[in-house]
Design a protein around this ligand. Structure first.
Ligand SMILES: [Zn+2]
Length: 402
């Protein structure tokens, strides 16, 4: 079996036309497209990318593979009775899940969607709590194995029903890591469990015991959200976990006055805590440009795709970059490139991915598409021509190949 392939006429983000040699799933050479195999030399198989823009596979940094209805029947959104309420949404979700198609089927639908759009790396939260135990995780672990040649997936043990409010959850989070979850999650320590220290004791305790990273859902607004982030930063530094902790949503950062936001951003940067935003709907969301200026790693994800939380989401990380840019008022090429960075290199940094990017030594995870350059890729919803995972074609023209 041949293990070397040359991808010819790839236009890189800097505008140069290159031939990329891939051996055993890794990039081993990047040469000008003019350079060719010497006459007489045996030439390995090649794939002509015809001048398409070639970008690294996108990083879907926050999704829920267990709770989407994507690909199944349409489930109309049910509004909260008195404004957004996490408890009520969790209850609606439990009712919907009881009637939904098999979880593995729904997870595969979502994975096919994401891969077809060019995602090659993913972090998914999976419910682990007193209501579902470890059942969802077991299902998603099996699906991850099915897809291991198509996409790399990190799984977060996510206590959707709280930790202290849902009996048995601390033990289940511990068991979840033993079972194969890669990270431990959390959920609104103040407003959900009403005990910031008690909640974080469990999350950081499990992380410390197993040596795993942390990714906490934090919807809490204003100063309550900011206070919780400060507590997370302090614990991160105290345990030497800089670079290993993420806060997802962090809506509260979007409620702060610029001075206060700048101050806490510097603290987040010092703690190397990453912030995930999907620039959602009518919520305030973190000030992306300010955070990046202060040195915070900001990454992104689809979060919910057609689930009990909202009807939106298409698994397209370029579209997500566009939403972030649009809502952040990004207009210049530099700003659009920042939106792109959030769904690629910054995501790879937050997820601590090994071998990411289009460079010698990196995994050959890339997507070829119909755009002239990165800013156009962000705003134009370009057709994804081909998606490659470790040099192997996994999707073409919007469909996964099997
Ligand atoms: Zn989420």
């Amino acid at each position: 079996m041949t293990t070397t392939t040359i991808f010819t006429n790839a236009k890189l983000a800097d505008g140069s036309l290159r031939n990329i040699t891939v051996e055993h799933g890794r990039i081993t050479a990047i040469e000008t497209a003019a350079s060719s195999t010497p006459p007489g030399a045996a030439s390995p198989p090649s794939i002509d990318l015809s001048g398409d823009l070639l970008l690294p596979g996108f990083v879907e940094g926050h999704i829920h593979l267990d709770t989407s209805f994507y690909g199944g029947k349409w489930v109309p959104h049910r509004p909260c009775t008195n404004g957004f309420d996490v408890h009520e949404r969790v209850a609606f979700q439990a009712e919907n899940m009881a009637k939904a198609e098999p979880m593995a089927e729904r997870a595969r639908n979502q994975l096919d969607l994401c891969i077809s759009k060019g995602t090659t790396q993913m972090r998914s939260h999976v419910m682990v709590d007193g209501s579902v135990g470890l059942k969802s995780l077991e299902t998603i672990l099996a699906v991850r194995e099915e897809y291991q040649d198509m996409i790399d997936i990190q799984l977060v043990a996510f206590p959707q029903s709280g930790i202290l409010k849902s009996p048995g959850t601390p033990e289940l989070l511990d068991e979840a890591i033993g079972l194969g979850a890669d990270l431990v999650g959390g959920l609104d320590p103040a407003s959900f469990d009403r005990d910031v220290n008690g909640h974080l004791d469990v999350v950081f305790g499990v992380a410390e015991k197993h040596g795993v990273d942390i990714d906490i859902h934090l919807h809490d607004a204003g100063s309550m959200g900011a206070f919780t982030i400060e507590e997370i930063c302090d614990r991160t530094v105290a345990l030497g976990m800089q670079g290993h902790v993420a806060v997802s949503h962090a809506y509260g950062l979007g409620d702060l006055a610029p001075d206060a936001a700048k101050k806490i951003a510097a603290r987040i940067a010092r703690s190397s805590v990453s912030i995930m935003t999907n620039a959602p709907g009518n919520h305030n969301f973190p000030p992306v440009a300010l955070l990046r200026r202060e040195g915070v790693t900001v990454f992104s994800g689809s979060d919910n795709i057609r689930d009990s939380w909202w009807p939106y989401g298409d698994g397209d990380m370029l579209h997500r970059a566009e939403i972030i840019g649009y809502r952040s008022g990004f207009y210049t090429d530099v700003e659009l490139a920042a939106a792109f960075d959030i769904v690629t290199a910054a995501g790879a940094k937050a997820l601590r991915l090994e071998g990411y990017g289009i460079e010698v030594g990196a995994k050959a995870d890339f997507v070829s598409l119909a755009a002239g350059h990165v800013p156009e890729a962000v705003i134009a919803f370009p057709t994804r021509h081909k998606v490659f995972k470790q040099g192997r074609l996994v999707a073409e023209n919007g469909r996964v190949t099997r």
